[in-house]
Every structure is written in C-alpha cells, then in structure tokens.
Ligand binder design. Sequence first.
Ligand SMILES: C[S@@+](CC[C@H](N)C(=O)[O-])C[C@H]1O[C@@H](n2cnc3c(N)ncnc32)[C@H](O)[C@@H]1O
Length: 378
Amino acid sequence: MDRMTFTVPCLFGLEGLAANELRRLGLEGVQTENGKVYFSGDWSACAAANIGLRTGERILLRLGRFEADSFEALFQGVMACPLEQFIPRNGAFPVKGHCLDSQLHSVPDCQAIVKKAAARRLGQAYGIGWLPEDGPTYQLQFSIMKNVCELFLDSSGIALYKRGYRAQAGTAPLRETLAAAMVQLTHYRGRELFLDPFCGSGTLCIEAAWIARNRAPGLTRRFAAERWDCCGEGYFKEARAAAKAREFHGQYRIIGSDIDPQAIALAQSNAQKAGVEHIVSFERADARTRPYPDQGGILCTNPPYGERMLEQQQARQLMQSFGKRVARLPQWAIYVISSDDGFEAAFGRRADKKRKLYNGMLRSYLHMYHKEREDHGR
Ligand SMILES: C[S@@+](CC[C@H](N)C(=O)[O-])C[C@H]1O[C@@H](n2cnc3c(N)ncnc32)[C@H](O)[C@@H]1O
C-alpha cells in the first residue's frame, strides 16, 4: 500500500501536543491545523498512532479532498474517491459528518448525497446494483469547511479518549485526552510525587501513571481497522508488541484525593481497571486542609469551576481557601485548569504562565505556577 494521509481531530489547543506525540511515535509528514493534525504513512503507522497517541480523538484515513459548493460537486467529488481500494463488496459504510461556513449546510442532506455517491461508486466497482453491507464497518466521515470537502474512513471506531478504564465517571469528569495533555504540560516524567487533590474519578492520576510507565493508551482496546481486509490485525499486533516493549517498570508515587468518598471508591476501581492500582493511591481529604508533603512535586488538578458543579461563588470561595493553603509551598509546581475568568483573583496569585485549552466546548486555561519551584531548586 502506498503512503496514505491521516488526519487526527483533537480538542482545540492540543494540536501542538498531538503533533509532538506523533513525531515521537516516529510518524512522518506531521503538520498541524486548527483542531487537527495530519501525518502520512502506511498501515503500521495507522496502528502505531491508534495505539500510542494520548491526545488525539481519532485516526482518520483521508480518501479525498475537493471543492463542494453544490450537491452535484459533492456527489462527483465522492464518486472520484477510490473507495473500493478500502471497502469490500460486503462492507457496511455508514456516513456521518459536519458542515461549517459553507454553501452546503444541511448535514442530513450531505449525508444522503455522500451515501448515494459512495454506493454508486462501489456498485459500479463490484458490478452489483445492491450492496449487502453485512460485513465489517467502514465508517465514512465527511467534513465540509469553507466549501472544501474532505472524505475520511475512521480507522479508530470508538473514539481514542475511551481508553476502557472509565466505565463509570464521576461528576464533571475530564476527558482522558485533555487529562493526558495537562500531565504532558507539567513535564511530569515519573520522577517526583504527582498529586491531584480534587481527583474525582481519578483521570489525571491514571493518565499520569500511564505516562510515567510509558504505557500506550490503546494497548487493550480494539480498533475498527483491525477488522478491515485492507489492513488487518497483524499491524496492530506488531504495534502492541512494540509499545509493550517500550514500557518502564520503575517506582512511582502518584496520589489522588477528594472530599467525596464515592469519588475515591470510583477512582480506585478505575485505577484497577487501568492496571495502575499499585502505583496510584487514593485517599479521602479536603484540599483546603490536607497536608502537602515537604518533599514537593507536581500538583495538577481540575477543581470545581462553578459551571457544571458548584455555583460560581462557592467555587471561588473554595479556590480562595485552596489558594491560601498552597500559597507558600515553594517545592511544589502547581497546575490548575479552570474556565473561570476570576480564577487568579480567587486563588490569590497571578499565574506564571497560562495555556488556553478547551474542556469540551468550555474555554478554559491551565494556570501554571512553576517559577517559584524552579528558583527554589537553583
Ligand atoms: C471537576 S471534579 C474533578 C473531576 C476529575 N478530574 C475527573 O476526571 O473525574 C471536582 C472534584 O472536586 C471534589 N471536591 C469539591 N470540593 C472539594 C474539597 N474541598 N476538597 C477536595 N475535593 C473536593 C468533588 O468531589 C469533585 O470530585
């Protein structure tokens, strides 16, 4: 198979991190755009990205890119894509997609046109008028932006943020891809203590444990392309074995705490499912009064914002008390995500640096307080 182009949609703000990860996985042609990253390669590249990428949402194989300012142009554009190179005679090919800033704005109408054109092309290629669609799924996905359509095949199936360890989530859980991104932004490598004092279902601690161990996030789940004739399981088996061989088995100290005992029970069960219960410990504690060990480390957390949980006023009061508690801890680098524009005022300190991130559709900032620790360490 020749080189293919893959597109990785990601949460806004995570493009650079996803691109760096793809480069570290040895993938080529990595380029970023708003909300997505491209790379090129063969099926082994596709398998490596699906299994190893922490901050991307899906790995989409690009089948074509063309102008589509009318239904006719959309139909002809899809008809020109080499679908039969990938989708077999019995393949099921459902269609989904989105339109933005384009002449074509009705998603259901575009869906119907893409389906019709794909069926026509495949029917002609296989010399049949009716396609049974009773085989494996080849999810087609279109994106029409500013009258340019891109057509993809989704090689991931279930989204990559669904790692499999969080069957149950607590209140307002952090998406796993965003949690992994936050941990990467702290530069945590497993050397020091990692603490999340508002841990909820434990996502940040579990992602930190996987990063410390260099454990690939897709090791135990399956991907759509494994069932495709054009790709197959072999590439994924090889990529899994290679990822497993790169794991570390050191000693790590990762602690999560939360005021809610139910959250602690949930976090413990999630850590067990993720296979990291021996390096992550969870305890019930109030972040405003708990001890913060003198040895210091990385404190990375997602406290209640007042958007989805407590009212804003209550959330600010909580941040005020928490800010006071952690005000003079020069051995700790502190990272707090919040969508509240009043966060720094409530916390009582201007961040050394802020990084814009999107928690779903919620514009948030990761507030970073790391200078004091760096100066202290000198
Ligand atoms: C936004 S949620 C954290 C979600 C978590 N990142 C996850 O992925 O599941 C905030 C958490 O803060 C906890 N919390 C609220 N007040 C607290 C306090 N004073 N001390 C410790 N935890 C608190 C809540 O119980 C809740 O689990």
